[in-house]
Design a protein around this ligand. Structure first.
Ligand code: FAD
Length: 339
């Protein structure tokens, strides 16, 4: 039994102060759908939970201004049904409603969603579960330096892009993929003040330190997410392929947003999920499309470009072809949407 303290501050400053007082074992908690899960698996063992759900104004959604702004505590279900998000930025709405289940989306916060941890089965199941016990499978993310059972193991769900010799775990979220495609930024507050970084920069490649997944510093709290307005929003989609059509993580997904004049693509934004160790911007695929008349062959060429340099393992090579076709389909879906 491990004692855990619980506080529910009303302001961002109080939350940061509570975190600093509680020290190394402190964790912020929002909906708890990821953190409690990991506590039950004995992967996360916080000594202090700082519940951010009562912080004034942290759940605000503002889609009327020059940018779209989502407070960190806004629920996934509230953001995905916001009329501006639904009608003008389908890529954002679809990334949310294709994630998890309605019950989870009603609990989970869009800020916390950015920090959910991988679903790699060796990471989640190797530690003896709720009863504790010693690690059955090595996992560098869970126990740094212990090795990686997924590399050369059952790797059907693992990443083919951004893989290192220490880790091939997939970055699990759908929402961050859409945000990376839309050049969104995340606002962060902490003991050293406030900063804003591209959502893409929140994520680290595993390299030889896969246990350090995010660039957020200890004690820092996500305050909000800001999405620039763009005419590409209307011609966008989040296309997600999974083992079953609902309540499953992506095998491959693509967030695509296009600026077009008639059938010519002026500019494209493409990001990938389910195939990489972090939300993956596919600049090579974007370059294939820019300035070109759209055809199905061109879309597939862009899809293939997205996977150049992929390094599949024993049984996840299918993701290269599946991913390329997912990108191609997403491009055609987005292009058919009328601004
Ligand atoms: C069965 C199941 C299926 C799922 N399927 C999908 C899916 O298909 N696609 C998908 O994208 N997701 C899926 N999810 C994941 C789900 O979307 C996340 O669990 C959820 O978004 C996390 O939000 P939360 O508010 O519950 O986070 P919490 O569990 O409260 O927190 C998650 C992390 O964020 C930290 N945190 C919380 N708030 C802040 C803050 N403001 N600042 C800094 N750190 C903070 C916590 O310390 C913790 O590390 C699934 C989850 C489950 C359980």
């Amino acid at each position: 039994m491990q004692p855990i303290s619980y506080t529910r501050p009303r302001s961002i400053d109080d939350a940061i102060a509570a975190h600093a007082r509680a020290g190394n074992g402190a964790r912020y908690i929002a909906g708890g759908t990821n953190l409690y899960d990991l506590m039950k698996l004995n992967i996360e063992r916080p000594s202090a939970l700082i519940d951010v759900t009562a912080i004034d104004g942290l759940d605000a959604i503002d889609t009327a201004g020059e940018t779209l702004r989502f407070g960190a505590n806004a629920r996934m279900s509230d953001v995905m049904t916001d009329p501006v998000v639904e009608n003008e930025y389908p890529v954002l709405s679809e990334a949310l409603w294709k994630a998890a289940s309605q019950q989870l989306r009603n609990m989970a916060a869009v800020g916390a969603n950015l920090l959910q941890r991988t679903r790699c089965m060796y990471f989640r199941n190797g530690y003896g579960g709720a009863s504790g016990g010693s690690a059955e499978y090595p996992c560098n993310k869970r126990v740094p330096g212990s090795g990686c059972a997924a590399i050369g193991g059952l790797d059907r769900g693992q990443a083919v892009l951004g893989v290192s010799e220490a880790c091939n775990a997939v970055s699990p979220g759908d929402w961050p993929v859409a945000l990376v495609a839309m050049d969104a930024r995340v606002e962060i507050a902490g003991p050293a003040g406030r900063r804003s970084i591209p959502v893409a920069d929140l994520y680290r490649l595993p390299g030889d330190t896969p246990h350090i997944e995010f660039t957020i510093e200890r004690g820092e709290i996500i305050v909000g997410i800001v999405v620039p307005r763009t005419r590409a929003g209307m011609r966008s989609t989040y296309h997600k392929i999974r083992d079953r059509e609902s309540f499953a993580f992506a095998l491959a997904s693509a967030a695509v947003a296009l600026e077009m004049t008639d059938n010519r693509i002026d500019a494209a934004r493409i990001a990938l999920g389910g195939v990489a160790t972090r939300p993956w911007r596919a600049g090579g695929a974007e370059a294939v499309l820019a300035g070109q008349e759209l055809t199905e062959d061109l879309a597939l060429a862009a899809g293939r470009a997205a996977f150049e340099g992929a390094t599949p393992g024993r049984s996840n090579g299918f993701k290269v072809e599946l991913g390329a076709r997912t990108v191609a389909d997403a491009i055609m879906i987005a292009a058919r949407r009328t601004p």
